[in-house]
Design a protein around this ligand. Structure first.
Ligand code: NAP
Length: 497
């Protein structure tokens, strides 16, 4: 089937793309998702306690405010509902192709089309928007012995709701943003919880509160009040970036975190284990009021010895200590710097995006890749944020997508891709901006790829990224004239190539 635009992924990125395309009059598009519902990471991560650590008024589309948020920081179910609601609110359901996993997307230069092989059939599209998301592929740790484990193992992003944890001896591996949310929820029901910690996290208090009926009514009656709230949150969150860009500023926040740790954990040995020894912000700062208190309960052990292997009936740490468990929960994060979807995308001359991004991911404005015509990658390299909502970044990228599509239409050109020079200069700019930031202070984090380059974080204010992407720079793009296709009238050709 031939379509104009193919979108991979029906999470925040893919749905945002669909809505924006629709609004801009590019209505011949389809959104492919391997799942049986929309929602992306908010569909997949259903672990107990799953919630967002960015305020809801900001962690939502600017063009689709939700006056009904129940809390200032929402839980997974409510965010998922919000995304499902957007599908009907903007009438994009007919454009969804769920249970359609994209196996390959290959550029055909002669026809100037992307050929997509999906589990639901073959498609061809002029433009490909990859919105598969950086947090969609769970990363499983490279620890030997899982095959022989006789109990139950699952990743936090694939929670086994059919596996009752009541009375069980549970191992949790990992202490990141997911684990701090589910550990306090499972601790009261399990018999024994053994938490395997590699690096202690900086944790800040979570300041969520219910949104009152009065506030909700005000947001409904006078939408401007919600816009003002959002603007206030936007500015507040932007101010928080100062601490990441100038690490010395974070010392005050670190003191708040350590004071909280002292108050919540009175056992000096446990406190010692939980005290971070790296600059705050170098790894993602976690927010929770109940994570540290949960670790003080008598049924919890925090183990800091490295995990050596998995035995049939437990976890073995360095030195040979055996920790008997019947369930292992992996809170070990995602393939962020090596997203598997890129192996499925082949650009000009059959070049694999994985190869183009080895050893390190590079993209013009985090969105377009030289050698991959008419491809847009949402939340691509260096578009992540530690301080505010990535939805802001998605929307900025969508602005670039639409500007490029309009440019193609106006010039009559068939394809657009960034020049190698524009891509290099953007990458150099990002690398320069990273210098001196907290992410470069020497901790090992999932923001860094195998070469040690930070390919995840945008090293600046969200405002800076948005302003840059707002300025459309035709000179940065290489256009190719449109080819005529059999059975189609000859199209006007672009003269600028
Ligand atoms: P994560 O932050 O990547 O944390 C993974 C944890 O697993 C880390 O503690 C890591 O230790 C540990 N780990 C990894 N491999 C290990 C191994 N072989 N042995 C022992 N420990 C190992 O993953 P996550 O908690 O799932 O969160 C991922 C991201 O999802 C977050 O950073 C955030 O962007 C997003 N998230 C957001 C929210 C939210 O509220 N908005 C909630 C959940 C998740 P090291 O620290 O030593 O590497």
């Amino acid at each position: 089937m031939e379509i104009d635009i193919a979108v991979i992924g029906a999470g925040f990125g893919g749905l945002g793309a669909a809505i924006r395309l629709q609004q801009a009059g590019f209505t011949d598009y389809l959104v492919f998702d391997r799942g049986d519902d929309v929602g992306g990471t908010w569909r997949d991560n259903s672990y107990p306690g799953c919630a967002c650590d960015v305020p809801s008024h900001l962690y939502s589309f600017s063009f689709a405010p939700n006056p009904g948020w129940s809390h200032t920081f929402s839980g997974q179910a409510e965010i998922w509902d919000y995304l499902r609601g957007c599908v009907d609110r903007f009438g994009i359901r007919p454009r969804l192709r769920l249970r359609h996993e994209v196996a390959t997307a290959t550029w055909d230069d002669k026809r100037q089309r992307w050929r997509l092989r999906t589990s639901g059939g073959e498609y061809s599209a002029r433009v490909l928007i990859c919105a598969a998301g950086p947090l969609s592929e769970p990363a499983e740790p490279d620890i030997p012995g899982f095959d022989a484990f006789t109990g139950t193992v699952f990743h936090s992003a694939r929670w086994r709701h059919d596996h009752d944890l009541t009375g069980r001896r549970v191992a949790v591996i990992g202490t990141g943003a997911s684990a701090v949310q589910f550990v306090p929820r499972i601790q009261p029901v399990v018999r024994r919880l053994t938490l395997f910690q590699r690096t202690p996290a900086w944790v800040m208090p979570r300041r969520s509160r219910p949104v009152s009926r009065l506030e909700q009514a005000a947001y409904r009656a006078v939408p401007g009040t919600q816009r003002v709230t959002r603007a206030g949150l936007y500015l507040l969150r932007e101010a928080m970036a100062v601490g990441f860009l100038h690490p010395a500023v974070n010392r005050a926040a670190a003191r708040v975190s350590l004071r909280t740790l002292r108050r919540q954990v009175t056992d000096p040995r446990l406190r010692e284990k939980l005290t971070p020894r790296y600059a705050m912000g170098c790894k993602r700062v976690l927010i929770s009021n109940d994570y540290w208190p949960a670790l003080t309960r008598p049924n919890v052990d925090v183990v800091t010895a490295p995990v050596e292997r998995i035995a049939p009936d437990g976890v073995v740490t360095a030195g040979g200590t055996h920790h008997p468990v019947d369930t292992i929960i992996l809170g070990t994060g995602f393939h962020v710097t090596d997203p598997p979807v890129v192996s499925r995308i082949r650009g000009r001359d059959g070049r694999n995006l994985r190869a183009a991004w080895t050893p390190s991911m590079r993209a013009y404005r985090g969105t377009m890749v030289s050698g991959f015509p008419n491809l847009f990658f949402l939340l691509g390299p260096n578009t992540g944020l530690g301080h505010t909502s990535v939805v802001l970044m998605i929307e900025a990228q969508l602005r670039l997508v639409l500007a490029t599509l309009r440019h193609l239409r106006d010039t009559g050109a068939g394809t657009a891709e960034p020049t190698a020079e524009a891509q290099r200069s953007w990458t150099e700019h990002v690398d320069r901006k990273l210098t001196g930031t907290v992410w470069q202070t020497g901790c090992a984090s999932w923001y860094l790829d195998a070469t040690g380059r930070n390919t995840t974080i945008w090293p600046g204010y969200a405002t800076g990224f948005r302003l840059r992407l707002r300025r459309f720079r035709p000179a940065d793009l290489r256009l190719a004239p449109a080819v005529s296709r059999p059975g189609e009238p000859e199209r006007e050709r672009a003269d600028a190539v």
